[in-house]
Design a protein around this ligand. Structure first.
Ligand code: SAH
Ligand code: SF4
Ligand code: F3S
Length: 447
């Protein structure tokens, strides 16, 4: 069997990063070799994101960049997968006729065979079937870890929430949980391989175990994963506020390996807009959760997502969102301008908010949040935090970088041999995007 050189470019969220790892594992098992330079590849695969219009445009402009390569070497296999491919299906071939292969979010495991089909039959292949059978999600092992002490582990796939603005349920399909035994087995393998921290992934991990009905819910899964010997840190994302249970709050209090950080997207601070978005919680309930989490785990870091300019958002709605930012004091925030996605409920809503108003709101929101991020980071100045060293710092100068339990990046003078260890670091200076520190037990860390 021939061995091909493959190159994967990944867009979008951690779910896509993880799928690319699964894809790479499947191709390696099929005898192929990953390369870092697309110009050297026999197969180029783009794993795409459709969450906002800009993300989708970027995919087509990237595809265009590979076009000359394909024209020079007609036997190069150019494939498009992931969320854009799932949404567009055959249409991809109309928009980009030089593409050979289109695969979806649920046909990743077919890719090695599809590549063979493209090459042997010299024809273009599309496979974007999607199952509506909420059977268990199996076989989703990722590749053995690289050099990072951190790894992602998928616990569920898809989403059944249908928030009015969101394309994910359409391109990722029905919610499906992975059997707990498979998850625990994967974590054990990763830990045996040197992984110290896992992040459990799903569009809404809080509904883990609901479909197909399992005997373990998410808080119970956390307890099982925490029992894996040698695992130091557990994170998870994303949590939908409507499904955040008292048991999960207790997990933050009772399981030391669960790190004190939660990404809890609020989307808007206006109940009227939350209703229109179909989020199924109120600001009051959300703030109640924040209070409970902070009581359970003092010092917990909270981050969030906000959409500005949802159709019909008034100045008062927007001001209410700013108020929530001030009330919660998030450690970090991802904020986006509403982008209508074809097929979603919100795409058809009348939208009287002019574009410049949306831009202005986004800028104001981001400026307001910067102050909070800085304040939260500064609160760590002078304190000593255990930092899991991930590798050399991008800041250079012989520094290494790692994360505090609160998920804040710290740069400090250190030894690359510390990668994978927790080092106690005193935080000496805080900026918006990172912290600077000094190892306080460098002798021990080196031992
Ligand atoms: N499953 C996660 C979110 C996945 S998408 C959750 O439920 O929180 C990541 C973020 O992108 C969302 O939280 C939302 O803030 C943003 N987003 C999703 N669709 C969008 C759209 N059509 N326009 C703008 N932002 C959007
Ligand atoms: Fe999208 Fe809502 Fe599902 Fe998150 S919960 S993926 S925002 S539909
Ligand atoms: Fe994008 Fe698909 Fe993730 S649309 S955000 S890559 S689930």
């Amino acid at each position: 069997m021939e061995s091909l050189r493959f190159y994967i470019q990944t867009f979008g969220c951690q779910m896509n990063d993880h799928d690319s790892e699964v894809l790479a594992r499947l191709l390696e098992e099929d005898g192929h070799l990953e390369v870092a330079d697309p110009a050297e590849a026999d197969v180029i695969l783009l794993n795409t994101c459709a969450i906002r219009e800009k993300a989708e445009q970027k995919v087509y402009s990237e595809l265009g960049r590979y076009r000359p390569l394909k024209e020079r070497r007609p036997d190069l296999v150019l494939g498009l997968g992931g969320c854009v491919a799932q949404g567009e299906g055959r249409n991809v071939l109309r928009r980009a006729p030089y593409v050979d292969l289109v695969f979806g979010t649920q046909t990743v495991h077919e890719v090695p065979a599809l590549i063979r089909e493209v090459r042997s039959r010299r024809r273009r292949v599309v496979s974007t079937r999607m199952t509506h059978d909420p059977g268990p999600m199996t076989g989703f092992y990722s590749r053995a870890r690289g050099r990072s002490p951190r790894a992602y582990v998928t616990v569920m796939q898809g989403c059944d929430n249908y928030c009015a603005y969101c394309v994910v349920p359409y391109v990722r399909g029905r919610e499906r949980s992975r059997p707990a035994a498979e998850i625990v087995a994967e974590v054990e393998r990763l830990v045996a391989d040197g992984v110290v921290e896992v992040t459990l992934l799903g569009q809404n991990v809080n509904s883990y175990g609901r479909r197909p009905p399992g005997d373990v819910d998410f808080p119970a899964l956390l307890r099982r994963v925490a029992e894996v010997d040698g695992l130091g840190r557990i994170r998870f994302t994303t949590s939908h506020p409507k499904d955040l249970s008292g048991a999960l709050v207790r997990a933050f209090a009772e399981i030391p390996a669960v790190m004190p950080h939660l990404h809890l997207p609020i989307q808007s601070g206006s109940d009227r807009i939350l209703g229109a978005m179909g989020r199924r919680y109120t600001v009051e309930r959300y703030l109640g959760l924040v209070h409970a989490l902070r009581s359970a785990r003092p010092g917990i870091a909270l981050t969030s997502d906000v959409i500005v300019g949802f159709p019909g958002e008034t100045d008062a709605d927007f001001e209410a969102t700013l108020d929530v930012l001030d009330t919660v004091g998030y450690d970090g925030l991802f904020s986006f301008k509403f982008s209508p996605r074809p097929g979603t409920a919100a795409a058809g809503l009348p939208d009287p908010v002019p574009e410049p108003v949306k831009e202005e709101r986004l800028a104001r929101l981001q400026a307001r949040q910067q102050g909070h991020t800085l304040a939260r980071n500064r609160a760590l100045e002078g304190r000593v935090r255990p930092v899991l060293v991930e590798g050399p710092s991008r800041a250079g100068g012989g520094q290494v970088a790692g994360r505090t339990p609160e998920n804040k990046i710290v740069n400090f003078q250190g030894d690359p041999a510390w990668v994978g260890r927790e080092v106690n670091v005193r935080i000496v200076a805080a900026a918006v995007n990172s912290l600077r520190g000094e190892a306080v037990d460098a002798g021990e860390a080196a031992a």
